[in-house]
Design a protein around this ligand. Structure first.
Ligand code: A3P
Length: 310
């Protein structure tokens, strides 16, 4: 059974045992490290049949996935708050490569049992996305966030999320991130891969920092891409509902519906800071220098420009 509603999801959650939740290892798929359970459905993912009206929300972890999921659900539902509160984010927009502990169904099962039109989340780098999305000419919205803030956000997320492999102390996490030895691999390869793909497919490339700078402008961009002609008052409502403060207090968006043995929000809230530039509170001067050197090498000469402060 797939949890299409809050009620059916809560029923499944009651059956989930604490001991079923264990931090997995990383396992390589085509050279990309993934949480090992995600590799279980790899063969099925390769043969996944997309439908032309499927929409993908693709991100590197911590780049603003949940934010875009809420924005797009609001756009699809014409800013109807009641409809958008029908279920938590992860039920409304299933995470296709996620394999949670039983009896929670895999993301793939959830997607397959979902009626169209489906909006689907993935953290896959472009080359791992099931090919049929592109054969079916599906649209995708990719959200990219500057690497320094992603590194920090990912550090706290790994600590609180018991479904992810550990990346160690702050210093160890810093090195693991720069070498791409974290779940979903190298941030550098991810943002560049999707950037290169964007003009060959129907991909809208959005920056977290632009969402922070002018949320209404970016919502309009997404709505236009989805061919939704929204009135100004609807845009205003979406911007209000998807502000950090509103989403932080929204149980359908802030992951407080998950038990603390999966997401321990006493370690770090899912909706943590939502800012641009928090890295300055964490990086030492030496780490910043190391980071900038690696960044310059990996991003050299490329067209992608990120803002690390606003
Ligand atoms: P921080 O940890 O820096 O606070 P994802 O959904 O990809 O896991 O990304 C989570 C990050 O996006 C977290 O960053 C979270 O606070 C931030 N975020 C989520 N919703 C947001 C919003 N409406 N405005 C700003 N940031 C938001």
């Amino acid at each position: 059974m797939s949890p299409q509603t809050m009620a059916s999801f809560q029923e499944l959650m009651k059956e989930l045992k604490v001991e079923a939740v264990k931090r997995p290892d990383l396992q390589l798929v085509q050279g990309v490290p993934l949480p090992s359970p995600s590799c279980e459905t790899w063969d099925q993912l390769c043969s996944f049949q997309a439908r032309p009206d499927d929409l993908l929300i693709a991100t590197y972890p911590k780049a603003g996935t949940t934010w875009m999921q809420e924005i797009i659900d609001m756009i699809h539902n014409n800013a109807n708050l009641e409809k958008c509160r029908r279920a938590p984010t992860y039920v409304r927009v299933p995470f296709i490569e996620l394999v949670p502990p039983k009896p929670i169904p895999s993301g793939l099962t959830q997607v397959q049992e979902m009626p169209s039109p489906r909006t689907i989340k993935t953290h896959f780098p472009f080359q791992l996305v099931p090919k049929s999305f592109w054969e079916q000419k599906c649209k995708a919205v990719y959200v990219a966030r500057n690497a320094k803030d992603v590194l920090v956000s990912y550090y706290y997320f790994i600590k609180m999320n018991h479904g992810l492999p550990t990346s160690g102390t702050w210093e160890e996490h810093f090195d693991a991130f720069l070498t791409g030895n974290v779940a979903w691999g190298s941030w550098f390869d991810h943002v560049k891969g999707w950037w290169e793909a964007k003009d060959k497919h129907q991909i809208l490339y959005i920056f977290f920092e632009d969402l922070k700078e002018d949320l209404k402008r970016e919502i309009k961009k997404v709505a236009e891409f989805l061919e939704k002609d929204l009135k100004e008052e609807v845009i205003n409502k979406i911007a209000l509902h998807t502000s950090f403060d509103m989403m932080k207090d929204n149980p359908m968006a802030n992951y407080t519906t998950l038990p603390s043995f999966i997401f321990d929000q006493s370690v770090s809230p899912f909706m943590r800071k939502g800012s641009v530039g928090d890295w300055k509170n964490h990086f030492t001067v030496a780490q910043n220098e190391t980071f900038d050197e690696v960044y310059a090498l990996k991003m050299a000469g490329g067209p992608l420009k990120f803002r690390t402060e606003l």
